[in-house]
Design a protein around this ligand. Structure first.
Ligand SMILES: Cc1cc2nc3c(=O)[nH]c(=O)nc-3n(C[C@H](O)[C@H](O)[C@H](O)COP(=O)(O)OP(=O)(O)OC[C@H]3O[C@@H](n4cnc5c(N)ncnc54)[C@H](O)[C@@H]3O)c2cc1C
Length: 194
């Protein structure tokens, strides 16, 4: 069990763990899943998003994996049913999960495997701030409360492949006031033709 060792000054919580993993996207989830399968390690996972799955939580809703579902995800638990689609544009090929299915899958990996192991603590909606001599610091995006994590072994940065989602920021180009622009995320919400 990841230990809360003390409550530091200013009401700040202090946790102690073997690993602090930044990011609960595909990379962080696969790492922690394999780690706890092979070791008794205690892990704290931190992410700005409330649920695991990383960028899949905000992708355009009609996106699917580019590859068969069975080739994606964590080692301990398969994604999908490993079946061949019989209808639709993917007929004849192995199923490819939608973004919603990928997010549901990572949610279940967290809720039904990582957390019940007692080795993992998940700090969703927390920003990783960096470290100093006292440990590494994270801040709740809900309350502003800071938590210090003292790491016995490694800080694992699972954010190297983090994608930037165009729909979450203004377009990086000028838009004529008369032009109507929709990002891929907005296409399914159109109420009239563009
Ligand atoms: C639309 C799309 C489709 C794709 N399709 C495929 C595919 O079919 N097959 C494939 O193999 N790959 C695909 N990819 C590539 C994709 O990048 C990887 O599959 C994988 O999802 C990347 O996971 P990740 O954990 O590395 O990054 P992310 O999913 O981006 O997760 C990183 C996480 O780190 C968190 N984070 C970052 N900084 C901080 C901080 N300071 N504090 C707290 N949290 C932080 C972020 O909130 C985020 O949740 C696709 C990518 C996109 C964008």
């Amino acid at each position: 069990m990841v230990r809360a060792t003390s409550t530091g000054g200013w009401g700040m919580a202090v946790l102690e763990a073997d690993y602090l993993v930044i990011g609960t996207g595909a990379s962080g989830m696969a790492f922690v899943d394999s780690l706890i399968s092979d070791a008794e390690a205690e892990v704290v996972m931190v992410d700005r998003r409330d649920r695991p799955g990383g960028h899949w939580n905000e992708d355009y809703p009609f996106v699917r994996l580019h590859q068969p579902s069975a080739l994606y995800g964590v080692a301990s638990c398969g994604l999908g049913d490993d079946r061949i689609d019989e209808t639709g544009p993917n007929a004849g090929f192995y199923e490819r999960a939608t973004a919603a299915e990928v997010c549901d899958y990572y949610g279940r990996v967290l809720d039904e495997h990582l957390l019940p192991s007692g080795q993992v603590r998940h700090l969703g909606m927390h920003d990783f701030l960096g470290g100093d001599g006292e440990g590494y610091h994270v801040r709740s995006l809900l309350t502003g409360e800071r938590t210090t994590v003292q790491v016995r072994r490694r800080l694992v940065d699972a954010t190297y492949l983090e994608s930037s989602i165009p729909a979450l920021r203004p377009p990086p180009f000028a838009v004529d006031p008369d032009a109507r622009v929709a990002s891929p995320n907005d296409l399914v919400r159109l109420t009239e033709p563009r």
